[in-house]
Design a binder for this molecule. Structure first.
Ligand SMILES: C[S@@+](CC[C@H](N)C(=O)[O-])C[C@H]1O[C@@H](n2cnc3c(N)ncnc32)[C@H](O)[C@@H]1O
Length: 415
């Protein structure tokens, strides 16, 4: 971790330790201009209903929205609040997940943890746990959380890519992210942006909507929306950021493909080619050739949840440099023969459909050998249609072969 990230966090912790002590002394907390709290842009007035919460938790509320209202929490779910402060969103979440659920609050300020624990004790909330730690290194194991929430905290981190990757890591397949945060308008010059950020107490720097989307995609989220709720101060807005981790069959996780996966990805590729019905190619490309051809945001791997071994992958290439085809890609999906019939291929295709549609890609296409009936069935299940058969289109191991051309036209983008 860079020294800068640690130095920024140390400053933030010192500031919020002081605020927590002020809250313990009975003061209402304000971590930016008081006007923002008076007119309802920050703090407890962002919530529709705080009835029944300890007064100390409401007084310590320093968020910029109500993430619990949009998180769609269900009884029994496990929730993690990044930067839980005085615990207001943890206590609200605990009400929604009920006695069969669990809510964790994570905060780097030891004094905030003390404050939140006191508030939880007063509320009689037994199913909540406050963890001391930082959101750049979440102290929870992989894939154990149903929903990650956060309220006006991610803007305070000097390593936002890491925070979003960590949130993705701890989410279960199909798990959701529901965050309120500040975002910057496009087109602010650096001085305007810095002044606005200073006014609302986030001198580390906000993200624009486009920057947030890019980081969510890089972290591996395949669906994401950003909805502005209200103006925070000149050029900055409160926004709700919602995203989801791709679903996967039991024992499998889908995550972004990394350079360190190269060897395993190419081994799965070669195993598919060796079966004789995957492609005209006979030898998997080098990683350099693969990397150069595949669009970076739409490469997903399926890994064994315990061993981390890559069991399948999906990736796309652009079909043309002509702008009319900017939303058309050709994909490849490979599952290691030892892991067939587990739903891995469908999960990878669904992840690809989500990530491409979220980024405005409207058609995914591919050619499949007619003998590969399993792949044709899989693509039909994922919503692909057969366009037609190209006869004796290429020679493979000395045999002229047909190729069935399939495509999936999105009904949600490129309309
Ligand atoms: C603006 S307050 C919001 C608190 C709470 N979410 C709320 O809505 O009241 C920011 C909180 O995030 C915590 N925080 C900031 N940066 C953090 C980091 N890198 N890791 C963990 N906690 C952090 C602070 O200690 C503080 O409690």
């Amino acid at each position: 971790m860079s020294e800068n990230v640690e130095a920024v966090r140390a400053d933030v912790v010192a500031r919020y330790d002081e605020l927590a002590q002020a809250a313990q002394a009975g003061r209402r907390l304000i971590d930016c201009g008081p006007q923002g709290y008076a007119d309802g842009r920050f703090g407890a007035s962002c919530y529709d209903d705080t009835t029944g919460l300890p007064e100390g938790a409401v007084r310590a509320s320093m968020g910029c929205g109500d993430p619990v209202a949009v998180a769609g929490l269900r009884p029994g779910e496990t929730v993690l609040d990044l930067g839980s402060g005085g615990g207001v969103d943890v206590l609200l979440s605990a009400r929604r997940v009920g006695p069969t659920g669990t809510v964790y609050g994570l905060d780097a300020s030891p004094k905030m943890i003390e404050l939140a624990e006191a508030n939880a004790a007063e509320a009689g909330a037994d199913d909540v746990e406050f963890l001391h730690g930082c959101i750049e290194h979440i102290p929870l194991s992989d894939a154990g959380v149903d929903v990650v929430i956060s309220n006006c905290v991610i803007n305070l981190s000097a390593d936002k890519p890491r925070v979003l990757s960590e949130a993705f890591r701890v989410l279960k397949p199909g798990g959701r992210l529901g965050v309120c945060d500040l975002i910057a308008e496009d087109g602010l010059d650096p001085a305007q942006r810095a002044e606005a950020e200073h006014l609302v107490g986030c001198p580390i720097g906000t993200l624009t909507e486009a920057e947030y989307r890019a980081l969510l995609a890089r972290a591996g989220f395949t669906t994401y929306t950003i909805t502005r709720t209200h103006a925070a101060t000149g050029g900055l807005h409160s926004a709700i950021i919602q995203a989801a981790r791709p679903d996967a069959p039991p024992g499998i996780l889908i995550r972004p493909m990394r350079e360190t996966d190269a060897e395993q990805v190419l081994a799965v590729y070669q195993a598919g080619l060796d079966g004789g019905n995957a492609s005209f190619e006979t030898t998997a490309p080098t990683w350099e050739a693969f990397d150069a051809a595949k669009l970076p945001l739409h490469r997903h791997v399926a890994v064994d949840a315990v061993s981390g071994q890559v069991v399948g992958w999906v990736a796309v290439s652009a079909v043309s440099s002509r702008c009319v085809y900017a939303g058309v890609v050709e994909h490849s999906v490979y599952v290691h023969p030892d892991h067939g019939r587990r739903g891995v291929g469908l999960a990878l295709l669904n992840a690809l459909i989500q990530s491409t549609e979220t980024e405005g890609i409207w058609t995914i296409q591919a050619g499949i050998f007619p003998e590969n009936t399993a792949s044709l069935r899989l693509h039909e299940k994922a919503g692909f249609r057969v366009v037609g058969t190209r006869h004796r289109i290429g020679c493979h191991h000395g045999r002229w072969r047909d190729v069935v051309f399939v495509e999936r036209r999105s009904t949600v983008t490129g309309l």
